[in-house]
Design a protein around this ligand. Structure first.
Ligand code: HEC
Length: 142
């Protein structure tokens, strides 16, 4: 840094703005808290085993129709989710999937990628409509 650091950084800032390529929403995940009731969330530092087992039961009864732990299925595998999404984004995806799919850049992109795969595989899209109402409807019958 020299004495002119201030104005140089201003120039760099303007340059950066003018040459900015469109950002992949996936790359910006650390700054994305999602859209929904959770505005920010700190993860607890220790694991509560009772919550783990009740969470596992909920997952097995409500989520495994579409999410398999070890591989992508109808929905993505949740394995390692917190190394690619923030905790609040993940919570909002569970609590407000319709809003997320309409407004959140990552959720929108996931849905578009997924829809392409489904069309390629000629899967029955209507079978998925149960996912909190109109998740897919918005995309296919707009
Ligand atoms: C009817 C199928 C279906 C069910 C049931 C379902 N999901 Fe999903 N889920 C999806 C699809 C499809 C996506 C990807 C589309 C998107 O995110 O826009 C997804 C995405 C997600 C994501 C984001 C994954 C990522 O890699 O970013 C999370 C987290 C998630 N679901 C959690 C859950 C949980 C927890 C449950 C159970 C309470 C659940 N889902 C039930 C279909 C389902």
């Amino acid at each position: 840094m020299t004495g002119c650091g201030g104005s140089q950084s201003k120039i760099d800032e303007i340059k950066a703005k003018s040459t900015k390529a469109p950002v992949d929403p996936m790359e910006n995940w650390k700054n994305n808290n999602g859209v929904g009731p959770i505005k920010s969330m700190e993860l607890p530092t220790s694991i509560d085993q009772a919550m783990v087992s009740s969470g596992q039961q909920v997952f097995e009864s409500k989520c495994t129709a579409c999410h398999k732990i070890e591989k992508n299925f109808i929905g993505p595998s949740p394995k390692g989710i917190l190394s690619r999404r923030t905790a609040s984004w993940t919570m909002n995806m569970i609590l407000n999937p319709d809003g997320m799919v309409k407004e959140d850049p990552i959720a929108k992109k996931l849905l578009i990628d997924l829809s392409r795969i489904m069309i390629l595989l000629k899967l029955d899209i209507s079978a998925l409509l149960g996912y909190t109402g109109a998740l897919f409807q918005n995309f296919f019958w707009k």
